[in-house]
Ligand binder design. Structure first.
Ligand SMILES: [Cu+2]
Length: 147
């Protein structure tokens, strides 16, 4: 009896969570973007100083951005990130929390650039590749905002 009650509670909670989430997704893109996170591990492989407003990173077919940590960014600062796709498959960058809600695609051998606007709140913000399986394999970068 106890187990049955516990299961009923779990099912009720799961259903309650599903409804508002799907509603937010279709009605309010900004809410959906705020809760969007990469589905993989962040694995640091090198730093780049972003305090001058520019940074560069390579996109690799090994599912990495290198380097993948942009540091010393000031709150509200804008940073132009140049991404060179050194691989042969398509990669991209998406960063909902940094004002880049839609993926910026870069074909193999090409170079792209995008402008991030640092949030006003110091912290660590992630950007990633949303090609299927890439972020899951670790194609994730961070943007560290310090006051
Ligand atoms: Cu990728």
């Amino acid at each position: 009896m106890r187990l049955v009650l516990a299961l009923s509670v779990v099912i009720a909670v799961a259903s309650a969570c599903d409804l508002p989430r799907s509603g937010a997704r279709s009605d309010s893109p900004s809410v959906a973007a705020a809760v969007q996170k990469p589905r993989g591990p962040f694995m640091p492989n090198g730093d780049v100083d972003g305090s001058g407003g520019r940074a560069a990173s390579d996109m690799l077919d090994q599912m990495r951005y290198a380097p993948n940590s942009i540091r010393n960014v000031r709150p509200g600062q804008s940073i132009v990130l140049t991404v060179k796709n050194s691989g042969s498959i398509v990669h991209n960058v998406v960063a909902p929390e940094l004002g880049v809600p839609r993926a910026v695609r870069v074909d193999g051998g090409k170079t792209g650039s995008l402008t991030f606007t640092a949030p006003a709140t110091p912290g660590r913000y992630l950007w990633w590749c949303n090609e299927p399986g890439h972020a899951e394999a670790g194609m994730i970068g961070e943007f560290v905002v310090t006051s």
